[in-house]
Write a protein that binds this ligand. Structure first.
Ligand code: 6CM
Length: 253
């Protein structure tokens, strides 16, 4: 039974200088700021809408580096009944991961850098005929207050890092990921009293971006077709999971 613990991040104005508390603090800050800048960029030429379902739109840009497909992917979605905090909480917290992520054999935390920043080692399910992939990345959750009136923005960033407890061992291939989930909460028809906000009044606008290098050659067409199928599947399953988990719980703003 999963016990819903309090969430670790506290509001932050997004402009504070980095208080260097752990060895990866500057790396975390740099990547978080890059995502916050990038998320505001409009979809432009070169991006293809590869999947649309309800409010979900999946875009991809076809890019190869040294013959390896590294297509950036961007998904926009809007989910009624949950907050950005709830979505990010269930995405970041390892205790729920194996309940919604179907493409993993295992996930484990190999280091806790801070209560809001941990390092994961994951074994991905093998997709024939490619070699099995693993990944090692820091994962950071953050709450950013934009103003007194607006709901804060929540985000999670997962970014590849090497670690002595996760050496690369053949035949596994290490994939390289830079993934961000950025969420805003909208309150529709806000009641006069904040305590009267119900789940029907809330909506989460999310952006999910992924830059993944499979870390070695895989057939381009096969990889693109796996990505086209699996990313929408993941987001549908994950958001349904969060809706199910939160339905009868107090709203986590
Ligand atoms: O973002 C997702 N999950 C996070 C928590 O696990 C984390 C994961 C990042 C890595 C995602 C990479 C998957 C790509 C695997 C490619 C393997 C090669 C296949 C060869 C085919 C011929 O950020 C959700 C990730 C959802 C992925 C569909």
């Amino acid at each position: 039974k999963i016990n819903d613990a309090a969430v670790v991040s506290t509001p932050n104005d997004g402009n504070t200088s980095v208080n260097r508390k752990h060895r990866l603090a500057y790396d975390v800050e740099r990547v978080v700021q890059e995502h916050l800048t990038y998320v505001r960029e409009e979809i432009s030429d070169g991006w293809d809408l590869i999947h649309q379902e309800g409010e979900m739109k999946v875009y991809r840009r076809e890019v190869e580096e040294n013959g390896i497909v590294v297509d950036p992917l961007k998904i926009f979605h809007s989910i009624k009944g949950v907050t950005g905090h709830e979505i990010c909480h269930y995405f970041w917290d390892y205790r729920y991961r194996m309940e919604w992520e179907t493409t993993l054999d295992s996930t484990k935390i190999i280091e806790v850098l801070e209560p809001d920043t941990v390092i994961f080692f994951q074994m991905h399910k093998r997709v024939w005929p490619a070699a099995q992939r693993d990944s090692c990345f820091w994962s950071h959750i953050r709450c950013i207050s934009n103003s007194e009136e607006d709901q804060p923005t929540w985000l999670v960033v997962n970014y590849t890092t090497p670690h002595h407890l996760a050496p690369i061992k053949s035949p596994h291939v290490r994939l390289v990921a830079n993934v961000a989930l950025i969420c805003e909460t909208i309150i529709n028809e806000p009641p006069l009293n904040i305590q009267d906000i119900k789940r029907e009044n809330i909506e989460c606008k999310l952006t999910y971006v992924a830059f993944v290098n499979p870390g070695g050659w895989v057939p381009s067409a096969a990889l693109r077709s796996v990505a086209k199928r699996e990313y929408p599947r993941f987001l549908k399953r994950f958001t349904s999971y969060v809706l199910e988990q939160t339905r009868d719980k107090p709203i986590l703003f």
